[in-house]
Design a protein around this ligand. Structure first.
Ligand code: UD1
Length: 417
């Protein structure tokens, strides 16, 4: 099993390019099942999750061709299977996103129930509420959830929580439903807007994506599209913290600064200097950073997917910082690993109180989930000695070449088999 080894590193310097967003690429791959003509995707990140998603699409009968440089061409004209099996679903929860498109295209969809995962139980009730409102019958048995509908008909749907996945799944199903669907309290993440833009290029009629009320007028058929995936705001935020924690000075390219406002604001609060220039931002760390408080929230609030990385920064920031995690009920798995490196963190329910220490010390640690893994890499950059990180398949699920990108900035990081 591969591991990542991180040595205490000098302040990072140089330029790094952010890849296409994982959380845009996955729903867009799912949406490609809705079209009957060629779909050309560009800037798709090279990730394990994308590999698995392409496997799911092929299994359902789509033709998938991948090219170097992040290009994928998909043709779903002849999809004929509607079951996403346990083996693939268990590798990646996000493959539940094929439900909406399959239901709309083939009148049936079946996928293994997503189980619990490291960051909480993550139910699917809101996805199912949406499908039911559109007229689908839902049945759950033998660990599988099935949805079927002779015809989907638009309706007004209120989400009790602005779930990203439920918004995407319902938007995709509604794109081919009869009549109008209005989705209220919808998620407003940039990835929702990217998906809506992609669906519109395929011929869908969607208004309001990026606001809390999305209106979808169903069309009879969706065609092809050429689409470039938006930059990954979480990857960008991770490199921003890497610069901050090492007292570095780096330029991050292929960024949409308005997508990462909370990360920019919070790093400025710590005392980092941040310059925005078009699709580039420069992040200059400062030796004497100040503690900050963070509360994770749905977009445009502070993203839960950057919580662990910011916690790594707080562990070495003098003073007391507080994190309140409101999006997931159990997203502090990285705390025990950071504590093994000497961090001083106390958990009280959904709050973490982080008392900055002067130095962290390396220890063998394991990535408990994707962003937790990134947090350990960041901590390793400033910990004395060699930090050896295990279970890095989590990191490979969502970061395109993280150790290579950090190494070009001067980080002492390598992968060992
Ligand atoms: C997506 C992202 C993930 C990110 C999360 C929140 C992808 C592939 N993944 O995950 O990286 O951390 O958004 O920004 O885009 N919930 C329910 N019922 C449901 C669905 C969700 O109660 O039917 C709850 C979840 O348990 C969780 C909260 O809603 O507490 C947020 O989940 P959701 O927004 O759905 O996250 P995902 O789409 O799974």
């Amino acid at each position: 099993m591969s591991k990542i080894v991180v040595e205490k590193s000098p302040p990072l310097k140089g330029t790094v390019r952010v890849s296409g967003a994982k959380n845009s690429a996955l729903p867009i791959l799912a949406a490609s099942l809705l079209g009957t003509e060629d779909i050309v995707l560009e800037d798709v990140p090279n990730l394990k999750d994308v590999d698995v998603f392409c496997e799911v699409l092929s299994l359902l009968g789509a033709k998938v061709n991948r090219y170097d440089g992040g290009k994928i061409v998909i043709n779903s004209a002849n999809i004929d299977k509607y079951e996403n099996p346990y083996e693939l679903m268990s590798k990646m929860r996000a493959s539940f996103l094929v439900m909406g498109p399959l239901l709309a295209r083939l009148k049936h969809a079946k996928t293994s129930m997503p189980g619990g995962c490291a960051i909480g139980t993550r139910p699917i009730d809101l996805h199912l509420k949406g499908f039911k409102a559109l007229g689908a019958d839902i049945d759950v048995e033998h660990g599988y959830v099935g949805a079927s509908a002779e015809k989907l008909v638009g309706d007004r749907i209120y989400l009790d929580f602005p779930s990203v996945g439920a918004t995407e799944n319902i938007m995709m199903a509604a794109a081919l439903a009869e009549g109008e669907t209005v989705l209220d309290n919808a998620a407003m993440e940039p990835e929702i807007v990217d998906l809506a833009n992609f669906l519109s290029k395929m011929g869908a009629d969607i208004k309001g994506a990026g606001t809390s009320s999305i209106r979808i007028r169903g069309v009879e058929k969706l065609g092809g599209a050429v689409h470039s995936v938006i930059p990954d705001r979480i990857e960008a935020g991770t490199y921003m913290v890497a610069s901050a924690i090492t007292g570095g000075d780096i330029i991050i390219e292929n960024v949409i600064p308005s997508h990462i406002k909370p990360a920019i604001a919070k790093l400025r609060e710590t005392g980092c200097e941040i310059w925005e220039n078009g699709d580039k931002i420069r992040v200059i760390g400062n030796k004497q950073l100040k503690p900050i408080d963070i509360k994770t929230l749905p977009y445009p609030g502070f993203p839960t997917d950057l919580q662990a990385q910011f916690m790594a920064l707080m562990t070495v920031t003098e003073g007391t910082s507080v994190i309140i995690e409101t999006v997931f009920e159990n997203r502090f798995m990285h705390v025990d690993e950071l504590k093994r490196m000497g961090a001083n963190i106390k958990i009280d329910g959904r709050s973490a109180i982080v008392q900055g220490v002067e130095t962290l010390a390396s220890a063998p640690v394991k990535a408990t989930d994707l962003r937790a893994g990134a947090a350990l890499i960041l901590a390793g950059l400033v910990a004395d000695g060699n930090t050896v990180i295990d279970n890095i398949y989590h990191i490979d699920r969502g970061y395109d070449g993280i150790e290579k990108k950090l190494a070009t900035l001067g980080a002492k990081i390598s992968r060992i088999e």
